[in-house]
Every structure is written in structure tokens, then in C-alpha cells.
Ligand binder design. Structure first.
Ligand code: AMP
Ligand code: MG
Length: 703
């Protein structure tokens, strides 16, 4: 199939009246790129724009030229909507359905709110569509997104998870009003489908092998590139379509593969994840995770023994998140890493309510002295609000959590009142608004409650649930493969002959990874055989984002991990000034970072906690996590030489850090005895009992 001769990009508008005659923002802008500078036009109405687009497509088709036409509204809806409305998952059936419902006049007057209301009415619950001018919203088409409930559809499409700024297609009004753009855009594209028939296809729902291809675009995709290319005085909308059309045209045959990407039900934004390529550079773009660089494990040249902090800084600089982004129910999100900051969908508390069981009244209607107030009939309880308004000088029975009824601003504690026939009495002097909680006093609607990279705790789930969130964007669990090397290793529980030992590292490493919320993939024990190890690394790197090996990481005859990584080219042997540990082989195997840990279980654990853990956190999207230690008096004495940092197996007893009797790195019993590590500095040190030492509890090595 030949390349596209022309790339047309359209910035759509959902206006209900014609745009002003003088070109401005909030109108339809189109740009047609044919190589060189794109030709831009301004259109005051959708009908006018479509006439021009029809004419352009006819002309190009007649001239045997191939056209890609990009429109900046969603071509599909979150999963399930097509089926709910049409009975099939086919997004193009949905196009036909919307085209049959939407009426959009030559002057932009249209029935989109009526259509949205009718769709909402046909679906369960309230929603999914929301927003509109005051005279268009009602119980079926609510004015606020937070008033929707139980419609059962996701808020966003998978492609929008990569674009934190993208608006939801359910939102019909104000900023973005993406929902209205799609409702008014899709029927126009359906008309193009009917007009051009087999000469036209819609990506990614159909194979893009036709003279005319329609695709969804997102003008902010190349925001930094647009900002750099915008001409002085140029309207931003014009600059966006112009720069995007030129960039897509410039992508040449790479467009074909991009058009085939995405989701066949929800649609996809053309070029998502390829921003740097489209912009012709890779500065400042946050696309889907790119691969790690070959030199990501490079250490400063000429250094013999690298200090621990330098090694950590090098790791931190060379790595970035590699996990993809997905959605997860709030209820299942504990331990997951947020892929984007989360904003409260609803205030907490959503309405002013009572903090206690008691009686409510208007403070400024209290008589002087000790008040005696008649009670109104009925009461306000949590979940059962009082419908009426409490008249001045009256009180109402109110329970904890109940919405504060009209006419009430203050609540008195039940125990501070005396109740008589139909009235209550209490001492004067209560403060206005006493015992009430203001709406939003905890969290206001729209406030950012949790940042990107947050590893979600059970309390975070409570916060998200309380503020109206049902689902969040999280990184996929980092997949980490684990394998042990060594001819001497036997599976735990098996029979070991002379000279054989049981594989102790694998169960330890797999359990650590699971504890960090990662997907631990067990590759097994691999003999000291290069072919077998090569096959195991192939398997591990195909199934996982990261590989941990133990054993064979030094430079000896049987150290095949380091030998193979060196052979693969992207290997660094890190000689870290650290005890226990030292040889750490780091490299890329088929693009996956490999941490070649020492075989000794003590060294393997220390290297994993000190080096692999923060690196894995970074790769998983959780950022670089520093373990939080604290200083405690030593219960031991020791002197150490300068030149390397030391980690001792330790635990706290009576407020002092004691260390395991033997420092031997084969002593697994000491690992199990310990509850943390004592960290001794790189320089020489003499520690006497009672001197402060840094203690890092094992519990601080979380993500
Ligand atoms: P290596 O790094 O392969 O030279 O191994 C160093 C020491 O750790 C040797 O005594 C190995 O037998 C031991 N070792 C290696 N892998 C394991 C393992 N998975 N479990 C227990 N010990 C191991
Ligand atoms: Mg070995």
C-alpha cells in the first residue's frame, strides 16, 4: 500500500451556534499536510467544515491520492457501552446508532443533550453521560459527574490511561466537553463511511488498507513540540492541527503500523507512545515506557571499587518505569502503584453532617438564657435525611452522620439536654456550628488526594472509596523472574548427595518479590552450563520485565551469568565496596535488566535489599524508595577498616542493636535470626557498646 499523500487533521468543536466570523479558538480548524507547510482553514460550523472535507476527499480520491484524516474526538467508548446500546461490541454499530439519533443543523443547533438523556434513561443507574447547561440537566442527565451512580461503565478508555489530561467521553459540558464532540462528530464520520464505502476505513476498527483512512488524533499529544513550533501570534488550535498534520505526514511508512495499534472496541489515539518519533526528537515526552538504554548499568570508568552511594546513584540515573499502565478496582488496589495522581471525585464529607447524636437548631434563633425549644416531628439520621426545613426557634432530633437539615447549623449533644413533652431544654452558651462537620472539610471535590507513584495502602483505599472513586490507573505489577545457578543445587525437600546443597535463595527471593506486590516468576534451578543458562535467560526475559539470578556472578570459570551477560554486550561487572556482597553482575538480556546476585544467601539478601529493591521500585513506577532507618545505641563493639560499607545482621533488644555472633556470609541462621541490618559507614569506625549505629529494620525495605 502506498504512503499517505495527504494528512488532514481536524480540530472538532461541539458549539451549539456558529463560531465567530473572525478566526479564533473554540471553532473547527483543519490542516492538510502534503509535505512542506500544511494548509490551514477555519470553519464556523460543522456542516461547513464537512462540506470542505467531503470536497477534499473527493478530489484526492479522483486524483488517485491517498488520505489519512485525523479527527480529535473519541472514535469509541469505554468497554461495554457499544454492547449496552446496540447489543454488539462492534464500535461501528454504535456509530450507526448515534448517527440515527443525532440531529445537527447547518447552524450547529443540535439535539445532543436529548440524545444523551435518552441513552442514560435506557441504561441502568444514573449516567454515564453528564453535564449541560442548567435547563438541560435533570435527574436523568445530572449536572455533575459525582451525581451518577450504578451505570456500570468504566470512566475512561485504555488509551486515556496514558494521557492524564484527557477528558472523559461522558462529560458533555465545559472544559473539553469531549462527550459532546464525540456525539456530534461520530455521526458526521458515519456519513463519510456511507459516502465513500469500500474506499474508506476506520482505524483501528478496520484494516487501514484503503485510499481514505480515518483515525482518532489528540492534538495535545505533541504539546511540547507544538509549543516549540507555534508561530508568533498564531492561534494555538491552528498551531496544533498544523504541527500534528505535518508530524504525521513526516512519519511516512511508520504510520501504517501505528494505525494498526490499539483497541478494536474502544478505539485508540493515533501515535500514542510514539510521540518522540512523531516530534522528530525524544525531548520531554512521556510516552508509553520506552526500553532501557544499553548503557543503563554503566559505571564511571576507572573506578576500582565503587562506593555504595555511587552505585545507587548510577542505578537510579539509568533506570525508569517499564511497567505498562492498566486499570484496577479500588477494592483490589492495595499494594498497587498509582500510574497517575488521583483527584477526589466527590468531597468528603459530601454534605454538612452531624458529628454526634443530639438535637439541631439554628443558632441565631436561640432565645437568650437557657433555651427551651419545641421539637419538630421526625428526625434526621445517616442515610435518612430530613426533607423539610426546621423553623427558627425549633429543634430536631439528629443522629451522627445525618445530613444537617435546612434551618439547622448547630447541634447539641444529647447528654447536655433534658427532654420533656415535645421539647428540649439546655444551658445557654453553645457555640455556633458546634458539633457539625462542614461539607468538604476533610477533602474538597477535585483535590489531588494521592500522587502518581504512590504504593496504595489499605487506608488509601478508604480515602479513594470515600471520595467517590471506583477504579484507578495503576502500573501493571512488575514481573520479576528468579533463577538459581549452580551444579551443586538441589530442590528443597529433595534428596541431596555429597557435595550437594539445597537451593535456599530461590524461595527467599520469590517471597521477597511477592511481598513487594510484584509478580514473581519461578524459572527454577539452572546447572552451570552456558547453553542451559542461555535458554533460561531467554525464557526469563521473554516472560518478565526484570530477571534476578543468584550464583555465578563473579569472574571464575563457573561464573556463567557474568560470562553470558558480557557476551551479550550490555554487561557491567559492578565491584561494589560492600560487605557482604561485592560481585554484582548487571546487564541487559533481550532488553530485560538482569541483576546477577552473589550466590551466598547472606550476600544475596543484602544485595537484593540494598540494590535490587530500590531499582525494582523505580522500574515498577513507585519511584526510588530509600529505607527509613534510625540511630540506636549499639549492644556490641567492633572496629572496621576504611574502604567499604558493611551491613550486619541485627535486631533490637531492650532498645539496643545487637548483631549476630558470626559475620560468615554462609550463615543462613543469622539471616533468619535478624530483624534488620546495622549499616556501618564506608570509612574506618570503632564502635563501642552504647555508641549510636544506624539500624534498618527489614520492614523498612518495602516499596
Ligand atoms: P557462587 O556465587 O555461584 O560462586 O556461589 C557462592 C556460594 O553460594 C557457594 O558456596 C554456593 O554453593 C552458594 N550458593 C549459590 N547459590 C545458592 C543457592 N541458591 N542457595 C544456597 N546457596 C547457594
Ligand atoms: Mg555457583
Amino acid at each position: 500500500m502506498r504512503l499517505f499523500d495527504t494528512v488532514l487533521v481536524v480540530d472538532w468543536s461541539a458549539r451549539a451556534a456558529p463560531s465567530p466570523a473572525k478566526p479564533g479558538a473554540d471553532a473547527i480548524w483543519t490542516a492538510a499536510a502534503r509535505g512542506g507547510a500544511a494548509e490551514c482553514s477555519y470553519h464556523r460550523t460543522r456542516a461547513g467544515a464537512m462540506q470542505a472535507i467531503d470536497a477534499l476527499l473527493e478530489e484526492e480520491l479522483a486524483a488517485g491520492r491517498r488520505v489519512l484524516a485525523g479527527f480529535d474526538f473519541p472514535f469509541g467508548y469505554p468497554r461495554g457501552f457499544a454492547r449496552a446500546l446496540t447489543g454488539t461490541d462492534d464500535p461501528l454499530a454504535l456509530w450507526a446508532e448515534l448517527a440515527a439519533r443525532i440531529v445537527d443543523g447547518a447552524d450547529n443547533a443540535n439535539n445532543r443533550f436529548d440524545v444523551a438523556r435518552a441513552i442514560n434513561a435506557a441504561l441502568p443507574g444514573i449516567g454515564p453521560f453528564w453535564g449541560g447547561p442548567e435547563d438541560q440537566t435533570d435527574a436523568t442527565l445530572p449536572a455533575k459527574g459525582s451525581l451518577r451512580e450504578a451505570h456500570g461503565l468504566p470512566e475512561r478508555r485504555a488509551c486515556e490511561m496514558h494521557l492524564p489530561g484527557a477528558q472523559s467521553c461522558w462529560k458533555l459540558y465545559t472544559t473539553g466537553s469531549v462527550g459532546s464532540q464525540a456525539l456530534l462528530g461520530i455521526p458526521r464520520l458515519q456519513a463519510l463511511r456511507e459516502r465513500f464505502g469500500a474506499a474508506l476505513s476506520v482505524a483501528p476498527f478496520e484494516a487501514p488498507d484503503t485510499p481514505i483512512v480515518l483515525a482518532e488524533v489528540y492534538p495535545s499529544l505533541l504539546a511540547p513540540h507544538v509549543a516549540a513550533q507555534q508561530e508568533p501570534g498564531e492561534i494555538k488550535d491552528r498551531a496544533q492541527v498544523r504541527v500534528l498534520a505535518e508530524a504525521l505526514h513526516g512519519a511516512g511508512d511508520a504510520l501504517d503500523a501505528m494505525l494498526r495499534e490499539g483497541d478494536a472496541e474502544e478505539g485508540w489515539i493515533l501515535g500514542l507512545g510514539h510521540e518522540a518519533r512523531l516530534a522528530g526528537d525524544d525531548a520531554g515526552m512521556p510516552p508509553a515506557p520506552p526500553p532501557l538504554r544499553d548503557d543503563c548499568f554503566a559505571m564511571p570508568a576507572g573506578v576500582d571499587w565503587t562506593p555504595v552511594d555511587d552505585a545507587l546513584a548510577a542505578l537510579r540515573a539509568g533506570l525508569h518505569p517499564v511497567a505498562r499502565i492498566t486499570r484496577c478496582k479500588v477494592a483490589d488496589a492495595a499494594g498497587r502503584v498509582l500510574a497517575e495522581g488521583v483527584a477526589a471525585a466527590r468531597a468528603n464529607p459530601p454534605t454538612a453532617n452531624s458529628a454526634i447524636d443530639g438535637y439541631g437548631f439554628a443558632h441565631d434563633s436561640l432565645p437568650p438564657g437557657d433555651p427551651v425549644l419545641p421539637l419538630v416531628a421526625g428526625r434526621a439520621a445517616a442515610g435518612a435525611p430530613y426533607g423539610g426545613t426546621v423553623p427558627p426557634g425549633h429543634a430536631i432530633r439528629i443522629l451522627t452522620g445525618a445530613a444537617i437539615p435546612g434551618g439547622v447549623d448547630t447541634v447539641i449533644l444529647e447528654e447536655d439536654t433534658r427532654r420533656g413533652a415535645g421539647q428540649i431544654a439546655f444551658r445557654g452558651g453553645i457555640k455556633p456550628r458546634a458539633n457539625t462537620r462542614k461539607a468538604g472539610e476533610d477533602v474538597t471535590e477535585g483535590a489531588e488526594i494521592l500522587p502518581r507513584g504512590r504504593v496504595l495502602t489499605p487506608a488509601d483505599l478508604a480515602l479513594m472509596a470515600a471520595t467517590g472513586l471506583g477504579e484507578v490507573a495503576v502500573f501493571e505489577r512488575l514481573r520479576v523472574a528468579v533463577l538459581s545457578t549452580g551444579d551443586e543445587l538441589v530442590e528443597a525437600g529433595g534428596t541431596a548427595g555429597t557435595g550437594q546443597i539445597f537451593d535456599a535463595n530461590r524461595p527467599m527471593l520469590l517471597a521477597l518479590l511477592r511481598g513487594w506486590g510484584m509478580e514473581a516468576i519461578d524459572i527454577g534451578r539452572i546447572p552451570d552450563d552456558r547453553g542451559a543458562l542461555r535458554a533460561a535467560l531467554d525464557d526469563a526475559s521473554a516472560r518478565a520485565n526484570v530477571v534476578l539470578t543468584s550464583g555465578g556472578a563473579s569472574a571464575g570459570d563457573e561464573d556463567h551469568v557474568s560470562a553470558l551477560l558480557r557476551e551479550a554486550g550490555a554487561m557491567q561487572q559492578w565491584r561494589i565496596a560492600l560487605k557482604p556482597g561485592r560481585p554484582l553482575a548487571l546487564g541487559l538480556w533481550q532488553g530485560a535488566p538482569v541483576f546477577g546476585l552473589p550466590g551466598n544467601p547472606v550476600a544475596a539478601l543484602v544485595c537484593t535489599l540494598i540494590f535490587a529493591r530500590p531499582a525494582l521500585g523505580l522500574l515498577a513506577g513507585a519511584g526510588w524508595q530509600v529505607p527509613q532507618g534510625f540511630d540506636v545505641p549499639a549492644a556490641f563493639g567492633k572496629s572496621k577498616k576504611a574502604g567499604r560499607r558493611e551491613y550486619l545482621r541485627a535486631r533490637i533488644q531492650d532498645g539496643r542493636a545487637e548483631v549476630f555472633a558470626s559475620e560468615g556470609s554462609g550463615r543462613i541462621s543469622g539471616l533468619s535470626w535478624a530483624e534488620g541490618l546495622v549499616e556501618l559507614p564506608d570509612g574506618a569506625a570503632t564502635i563501642r557498646p552504647g555508641d549510636p549505629v544506624r539500624y534498618l529494620p527489614f520492614g523498612s525495605f518495602t516499596l
